[in-house]
Design a binder for this molecule. Structure first.
Ligand SMILES: [Zn+2]
Length: 316
């Protein structure tokens, strides 16, 4: 089957690829864009709460209970608020697309902003509306029908599930107020475990059948050129969320370990907390060594654009 690249429209190459859970799918790749994708649309299954069955159970991991999932998400969201919100956002409309159980939006509200959500998973959408009392829609259409515009729109680990990503981002950019920002985090196709360590187990874990778009820094640059909607500027960087401990674990165990965080882990933080409890001079020295190693490790990877997540900011 001839399938054009979703970004540049040129004919892509196809190959068999094992996804999480062992199924073999046709993966399409465009070398010019450094982009890979599956050609199916996962929307209906996402709507019906199927994602975690594939993403977690397919890899032998356990689906957490709502409360545990919420607390994990909340912890990760603290970092997002620190990184992406500032005083100028207070009192402004903030939209998160793919808001899951709403933990980030809850923090956005605590920060003093007006939160709005989009969540395709019915169960989670209802949770956000009922338990958090935050306005949440199944898709962006309802928001497109109103004149309300947003100072910041967030897509954390969402773009990789969108069937027609360029069309979608064009629609999202229309919802921004002038000088508003769209902030996207998505996994990096150029992953150090997959491409440098060439860890076989990780290569079979990396691709998931619901995750249909695999972007790199390069593919997002081409992506931005292909948008119809105008914007003023953009910034793309990769950053390494997983610690070296996680990579060593992959090397030894050849399988994923539960991290409870999307795109990161707390292994080194936990080790250091344990060491600090000893209140010993050696413990403190070891903490410093681990911290420095982890920083150097992440920096080397990010400097080569191999960080496991890509952070894209578009200013309207
Ligand atoms: Zn292409």
């Amino acid at each position: 089957m001839v399938v054009p690249c979703k970004i540049c429209g040129q004919i892509s190459k196809s190959s068999d690829k094992q996804v999480r859970g062992g199924e073999i799918l046709q993966l399409y790749s465009c070398q010019d864009c450094n982009f890979e994708f599956f050609s199916h649309n996962p929307e209906e299954k996402l709507f019906n709460d199927q994602l975690d069955h594939s993403r977690l159970e397919g890899a032998g991991l356990v689906i957490p209970e709502i409360q545990e999932d919420y607390n994990n998400g909340l912890e990760q969201s603290y970092n997002y608020t620190k990184e992406f919100l500032d005083e100028s956002d207070i009192g402004k409309n903030i939209l998160e697309i793919g808001c899951s159980w709403g933990y980030f939006l809850d923090l956005v509200r605590n920060y003093g902003c007006k939160p709005y959500g989009v969540e395709i998973n019915k169960k989670r959408k209802n949770y956000v509306e009922t338990n958090l009392n935050i306005n949440c829609e199944l898709n962006i259409e309802k928001y497109e029908e109103t004149k309300k515009r947003y100072k910041k729109i967030f897509l954390f680990y969402v773009l990789e599930y969108i069937y027609e990503p360029t069309k979608y981002v064009d629609r999202v950019l229309k919802l921004l107020e002038p000088s508003g920002e769209l902030i996207v985090i998505t996994p990096n196709l150029n992953d150090v475990l997959k491409d440098i360590f060439k860890n076989k187990a990780f290569q079979n874990f990396f691709y998931d059948k619901f995750t249909i778009n695999y972007f790199s820094k390069k593919s997002l640059e081409v992506f931005l050129e292909r948008l119809d909607e105008k914007y003023t500027s953009y910034d793309i960087r990769t950053d390494q969320g997983y610690s070296f401990a996680n990579h060593i674990s992959w090397h030894i165990h050849k399988k994923p370990m539960e991290t409870k965080i999307v795109g990161g882990d707390r292994y080194i933080t936990n080790i250091n907390e344990t060491l600090l409890k000893t209140k010993s001079e050696l413990g403190e020295k070891l903490v410093k060594i681990f911290e420095k190693m982890n920083l150097d490790y992440s920096k080397a990877i990010s400097d080569h654009d191999f960080g496991n997540r890509i952070v894209l900011k578009i200013v309207k």
